[in-house]
Design a protein around this ligand. Structure first.
Ligand code: PBG
Length: 327
């Protein structure tokens, strides 16, 4: 006789690893991962980003090798970010739509070597602007509509080079609709848009700005990125971006915003993307380096939490490491 006559004993389903696997609700697979990569000018260069251990900026020749390796590990998509030299930066971000710019050359070269991999490009002015802001600056203000016009040119230029999807990360109003129209008019109806819809003015982007030397030279990004305290506003942004033609919507950062991922998931049926950003990466790496946490387990737990919260896809600097782990 048992000590107590319990009707329900949830532990029954946790008794063996086979039972646990049978009732597991969330599975993380390599298909969920998008690998953000940094490209720079030059040859045979591989520079570790100080605040992002094991994460590198590559010159194009080495990046191609890295991307090939990732594709062979099953990673289906990369998100491309350029380190633009200072002499190419201007307030209007004109280099962003140079047909021979770093991003455009990189897209073409990767498509020639690894044609099946999905290339997602970043659409925003900050890597191209001496001010490090995501838009054109006049009298300390970030102009909206003038910036959107540049973003549309940038998107078309990236599509022309062979990008599969463009991902506007700038948070200007109305840019998804304008970009959609510009892509369609230029004959790129097949090129998709991943909208950074709920992108917060977060301190978690610090290491990324080190990687691209793109920290804002004055002020902060609070007049365009969202207030970290808001959640209903995230749904408003998602609603607008979907109405304007977004194919997928993103929540960024991810870990401190799992509630937002869940709300967006419940609001829409289109794919939801989470961005496991640089600061989230750096925190895990730093604690693991100190021997304070088990890196592999923490990485899998963290990414699983994002899927459980409702994201279909995750941009993560851990993508390659996870692809190796899941093999
Ligand atoms: C800029 C951009 C940022 C990130 C992606 N695109 C930084 C910012 O908004 O300042 C951050 C990514 C990360 O932290 O991993 N448009």
């Amino acid at each position: 006789m048992p000590l107590y006559n319990l009707t329900n004993r949830p532990r029954r389903l946790r008794r063996t690893s086979a039972l646990r696997a049978m009732v597991q609700e969330t599975q993380l697979t390599v298909n969920d991962l998008i690998y953000p990569v940094f490209v720079m000018e030059g040859e045979n260069l591989k520079q570790e980003i100080v605040s992002m251990p094991d994460c590198y900026r590559y010159s194009l020749d080495l990046l191609i090798k890295e991307v090939k390796e990732c594709y062979e590990l099953g990673i289906k998509a990369i998100a491309l970010f350029p380190l633009v030299t200072d002499d190419k930066k201007d307030n209007e971000g004109t280099e962003s739509y140079n047909p021979d710019g770093l991003v455009q050359r990189t897209i073409k070269a990767i498509k020639a070597e690894v044609p099946e991999i999905t290339i997602i490009t970043d659409v925003a002015l900050d890597p191209y602007s001496p001010f490090g802001h995501d838009g054109i600056v006049v009298d300390g203000q970030i102009l909206n509509d003038e910036t959107v016009a540049v973003l549309a040119k940038m998107s078309v230029s990236q599509a022309r080079a062979g990008a599969d999807m463009v991902a506007p990360s700038d948070m200007m109003d109305g840019r998804i609709g304008v970009i959609r129209e510009a892509l369609d008019e230029a004959g790129f109806t097949h090129v998709g848009i991943i909208a950074y819809s709920a992108k917060y003015a977060s301190a978690y982007y610090g290491p990324f700005r080190d990687a691209l030397e793109s920290a804002p030279k004055f002020g902060d990004k609070k007049t365009y990125q969202m207030d970290i305290a808001n959640s209903r506003e995230a749904i408003t942004e998602v609603e607008l971006d979907i109405a304007e033609g977004a194919d997928m919507v993103m929540v960024k950062p991810a870990l401190a915003y799992l509630d937002i991922i869940r709300q967006v998931r419940d609001y829409t049926n289109i794919p939801v993307v989470a961005y496991n950003v640089s600061g989230e990466y750096a925190m895990i790496k730093a604690a693991a380096e100190k021997g304070w946490i088990d890196e592999k387990k923490i990485v899998l737990e963290t990414l699983t939490s994002m899927k459980r919260a409702g994201s279909d896809l995750i941009l993560t600097y851990f993508a390659k490491q996870v692809a190796l782990m899941l093999k």
